[in-house]
Design a protein around this ligand. Structure first.
Ligand code: ZN
Length: 466
C-alpha cells in the first residue's frame, strides 16, 4: 500500500496514533521524476513526510484536505531530483584555474605535492565546506566525495567528512585509504573511523561510507579490498585517466583477483580501457563515473560511453573536483559529454538527452549503491529536488522537456533547491550558511599556503607531516 494511502486509511479507521504532520506539499509542478515507473514528465504534486522522505508523488491536484506544515505552489515550474556527482574532490574548490594547461599528472603534482604539504589544521574543513556549498548551489544534492589524504595526519583529512556534514548536502563519504606500506597504521585509522561511524548517531545526510584508493599495487589492493569485503563497502578507484595510463592495465588482474569486481565497485574516469577490461567490468556489473568536464579540462580523453553501455558497465556521471571541473555545472557536464559522444560517432542519435539526465541522477545513485534512497522522485526516497524556472532564462516553448532541460537550461534556471524537503538554496543563495564569511576564510587560508610555498622555494625546505 502506498504510504499516502496507508496514512489516510489509518486516519479514517482511527486504528493508529495520529501521524506526524507532513512537512511540505508541493503542488502545480511539472515533475520529471527520473523514476522508471513514470518515464514521461507529468503535472502533479509531491508530499514530503516529517522524516524528509517522499510520502506521495502523483499526477494531478492533491486530494482535498491533504495538508502539510508548508505548501509550495510551484506555479507550473519543473521539479526534478537533485543531481548526483559520482566522483568529487570537494576540497579542490579553493584551487580553481591552477595548472591551466597541464595534463592530469603535472596538474596533480602542482596541486597535491606543491601546495598539499603546506596545509594545516582547518584548511581541508574550510575548502571542503566551500566545495560542498558550491555543489549544492549548482543543483548537486548528493556527492560522492573521494576524499584525499594528501599525506596529512588522519585527523586532518577527516575534516573533509566534518565539513560535508556542516554543508547540509547529502553525501557518500569516500574514505581515502593511504598508501603507506605495510599499512598497519592506515588500517587502524580506518577501523577507528568506521567503528565510530557505525556506532552513530548518524546524520541522515550521510548515506554511507565507502573506500577510495590512493594506490594500485598488488600489496595495496590486497589490504584495500580486504577492508571492502570485511565491511561490505562500496569502493572507487581512480583508474585509466591520463592519456598514457595504459601502463595501468597490468593492475587489472589484481582487481579481478580480489573477487570484489561487481556492482559495489566503480572506477573514476576509466577512459583508456581495452576490450578485455571492458568486457570483464561489464559482465561483473561494475560501474564508472564519467566526468566529461574534468576530462576535457585536463585533456584526458573521451570515455567511449556507448561502447561501455553495450558492454554492461553501469555509467554514472561526476563533476570531479573544482580544480578540474572549475564550474560544477551539471547541465554543462551533461552537454559536454553528450555532444562529445555525438561528435565521436558523427551520429546525433547515439546518446539521448534523457540518457545523460538519468546518468547524472538515478544512474549515479546506482553505482554508489544508494538508489533506494536518492536519485529519483519516488515514495520512500529522500525529498531532494530542484525547482527549475524556465522563465528565468526563457528557452521559449517546450517541445520535449528532457531536450529542453539538457540542451537549453543551465544553473541560471534553478529557482530553489530542497534537501529532505527543506529549502537549502533560494535563487543561488545558501539559506543556512554565511557564504561571505566562508569565502573570506578560504581566501585567507589559500594566501597563507601560497606564501609558505613561495618562502620554501627561497629556503628549499618543505615541511613534512608524520
Ligand atoms: Zn578524481
Amino acid at each position: 500500500m502506498p504510504a499516502l494511502v496507508a496514512l489516510m486509511a489509518s486516519a479514517f479507521l482511527g486504528a493508529a496514533p495520529a501521524p506526524s504532520p507532513a512537512k511540505l506539499l508541493v503542488k502545480n509542478a511539472w515533475i520529471a521524476s527520473m523514476d522508471p515507473s513514470t518515464p514521461e514528465p507529468f503535472h502533479g504534486y509531491l508530499l514530503v513526510g516529517a522524516d524528509g522522505k517522499l510520502a506521495a508523488v502523483a499526477e494531478g491536484e492533491p486530494p482535498a484536505g491533504l495538508t502539510a506544515q508548508q505548501t509550495l505552489d510551484a506555479g507550473g515550474k519543473v521539479v526534478m531530483p537533485g543531481f548526483l556527482s559520482g566522483h568529487s574532490h570537494l576540497w579542490q574548490s579553493a584551487f580553481r584555474g591552477v595548472a591551466p594547461d597541464q595534463l592530469v599528472m603535472a596538474w596533480v603534482t602542482l596541486l597535491h605535492r606543491t601546495y598539499g604539504p603546506f596545509f594545516s589544521k582547518g584548511d581541508l574543513y574550510a575548502f571542503t565546506l566551500h566545495g560542498s556549498l558550491d555543489y549544492l548551489r549548482h543543483g548537486i544534492t548528493t556527492a560522492f566525495n573521494y576524499s584525499q589524504s594528501l599525506n596529512l595526519p588522519n585527523e586532518l583529512y577527516q575534516e573533509e567528512y566534518q565539513a560535508e556534514l556542516a554543508a547540509g548536502e547529502r553525501f557518500v563519504f569516500g574514505y581515502a585509504f593511504p598508501n603507506h606500506p605495510p599499512f598497519t597504521k592506515d588500517v587502524k585509522d580506518f577501523e577507528s573511523f568506521y567503528s565510530a561511524f557505525e556506532a552513530g548517531p548518524r546524520s541522515p545526510l550521510v548515506l554511507s561510507v565507502g573506500l577510495v584508493s590512493e594506490g594500485l599495487t598488488e600489496d595495496y589492493l590486497k589490504v584495500f579490498f580486504g577492508l571492502m569485503k570485511e565491511h561490505g563497502l562500496v569502493a572507487q578507484l581512480h583508474y585509466l585517466e591520463a592519456p598514457d595510463s595504459a601502463s595501468q592495465h597490468k593492475y587489472f588482474p589484481y582487481i579481478e583477483a580480489s573477487g570484489m569486481l561487481g556492482p559495489r565497485m566503480s572506477f573514476a574516469h576509466f577512459i583508456h580501457t581495452n576490450d578485455e577490461i571492458l568486457a570483464k567490468a561489464g559482465a561483473a556489473g561494475a560501474g564508472m563515473s564519467w566526468n566529461p568536464l574534468s576530462n576535457g579540462r585536463l585533456g584526458s580523453g573521451f570515455a567511449d560511453i556507448p561502447r561501455y553501455l553495450k558492454a554492461g558497465v553501469q555509467v554514472g556521471m561526476g563533476l570531479d573536483g573544482q580544480a578540474s571541473a572549475d564550474i560544477s555545472d551539471p547541465f554543462e557536464n551533461m552537454r559536454m559529454g553528450l555532444y562529445a559522444m555525438r561528435d565521436k560517432y558523427e551520429n546525433a542519435g547515439v546518446l539521448h538527452a534523457i540518457d545523460v539526465l538519468r546518468m547524472h541522477t538515478l544512474g549515479t545513485a546506482k553505482i554508489l549503491g544508494v538508489a533506494d534512497q536518492v536519485g529519483s522522485l519516488a515514495v520512500g526516497k529522500y525529498a531532494d529536488f530542484l525547482v527549475l524556472d524556465l522563465g528565468l532564462m526563457d528557452p521559449g516553448p517546450v517541445f520535449d522537456l528532457y531536450a529542453t532541460l539538457v540542451f537549453a537550461c543551465d544553473i541560471a534556471n534553478i529557482d530553489s533547491i530542497y534537501v529532505g524537503g527543506g529549502l537549502v538554496v533560494d535563487h543561488g543563495r545558501a539559506v543556512n550558511q554565511d557564504m561571505a564569511a566562508i569565502s573570506k576564510d578560504v581566501s585567507t587560508r589559500v594566501a597563507r599556503i601560497r606564501a609558505k610555498f613561495d618562502a620554501s622555494k627561497k629556503t628549499a625546505t618543505a615541511p613534512t607531516h608524520p
